[in-house]
Design a protein around this ligand. Structure first.
Ligand code: GLY
Length: 369
């Protein structure tokens, strides 16, 4: 029996997150959304399509009025308005109307782009999320943030649009490319750090099983991680306050992601950004030195970076200022008051940010000193 977490909006049930070991229960879940009388367009990328595209098409065939599939080339560089435009054209050609539905099958890029198309096509049609990466399962598929990148700025154009269902087949994590899996783990760890110290400690205790991708442990990890995310987005769906806590590690992380031209994965940059934020928290005596080093070193067994080369710290600082996480010209920085409790701080200075970037900056010259 699949586990489920209901997500509320304004204290009313909005959609369920379903955790399952396979895709078998997807049709049953979709039946509750009346797909019998609707057309469905599966939206996916070229990589995910090769693995799961035909399986999903086969599952849905005969269960709805019509099922079609739109496939775009994989990669963050395709999360843009040109692909959204091509998708609109496809939906028009296939005759999808306001009662029909999109199904996002894939990682964060697919989910964000499909959600944005669903939010805007015919002023909004339903969509469901079927996330297939750890990053998408633990973070981006929940909470209704949708959007695309614009002129090199991440998620610059978007909308809040809640899915009708998030269906997670967590078995797919067992075959996920290793680097993708560990990149997603950075967001899992983030959820423990910002809100749930017991979960953070559980992650340390279960390090071996997580790395081995034990299915029962993965299920518990996902349910606990998604519970943190659910509670945060229920309280603040449109990021007027506490939802910004989910941006721990993202201010410096996004800047590194951009400076490195997306050569590092999102979660890898988030891990670096979390180390930098924990460093500032230590220097402000919010965390002890031991806690700072414990957080930093916790990433190592998960093959996540704790230092980065080939960057210019001054350039990273400048890029943090062009990120979206600004309010009235001030950076909304997320710090750790303690492990399991994050706070938003608008007083972090450029000097503090620069010192934190230098802390995670690794220069080859260091080897010769
Ligand atoms: N990934 C951050 C958020 O959903 O707000």
């Amino acid at each position: 029996m699949a586990q489920r977490l209901p997500v509320l909006m304004n204290k009313k049930p909005c959609y369920d997150i379903v955790f399952s070991k396979s895709f078998e229960e997807l049709c049953e879940e979709l039946a509750a959304l009346d797909i019998e009388n609707r057309r469905i367009c599966i939206v996916t990328d070229s990589k995910v399509n090769e693995i799961y595209g035909e399986e999903l098409l086969g599952l849905l065939n005969g269960k709805c009025v019509k099922v079609v599939k739109y496939v775009f080339p994989e990669g963050e560089q395709n999360k843009n308005l040109d692909v959204v435009r091509a998708l609109y054209q496809f939906l028009i050609e296939e005759g999808l109307d306001r009662k029909d539905m999109l199904l996002a099958l894939g990682g964060g890029v697919v989910g964000d782009l499909t959600g944005f198309a669903a939010a805007t096509y015919l002023r909004g049609i339903d969509f469901v999320q079927v996330p297939t990466t750890l990053l998408a399962q633990t973070d981006s598929s929940i909470g209704g943030k949708t959007g695309v990148d614009f002129d090199g700025y991440k998620n610059m154009v978007g909308a809040f649009k809640m899915p009708k269902l998030v269906y997670m087949n967590f078995s797919v994590l067992r075959t996920l490319e290793e680097r993708q899996f560990f990149s997603g783990f950075a967001e899992v760890m983030k959820h423990g750090l910002i809100k749930d110290v017991a979960f953070y400690e559980w992650l340390i205790e279960n390090m071996y099983e997580i790395c081995e991708r034990d299915l029962d442990v993965l299920e518990e990890m996902l349910v606990r991680s998604c519970t943190v995310k659910k509670l945060v987005v229920e309280k603040d769906p449109t990021e007027q306050g506490d939802r910004a806590l989910l941006n721990l590690g993202h201010t410096i992380g996004h800047a590194i992601e951009k400076a490195k031209n997306f050569e590092l994965y999102h979660g890898e940059c988030v891990a670096l950004g979390i180390v930098a934020a924990a460093y500032i928290s230590w220097k402000r005596e919010m965390l002890s030195m031991e806690e700072y080093y414990e957080i930093r070193d916790m990433f190592v067994p998960f093959y996540l970076p704790i230092s980065v080369d080939g960057i210019n710290p001054e350039e990273i600082l400048a890029l943090t200022k062009s990120d979206k996480k600004m309010e009235a010209g001030k950076i909304k920085f997320v710090l750790l008051k303690k492990i399991g409790k994050a706070v938003i701080d608008k007083t972090v200075t450029e000097e503090e940010i620069l010192a934190a970037i230098k802390e995670i900056y690794y220069s080859e010259e260091d080897d010769y000193e």
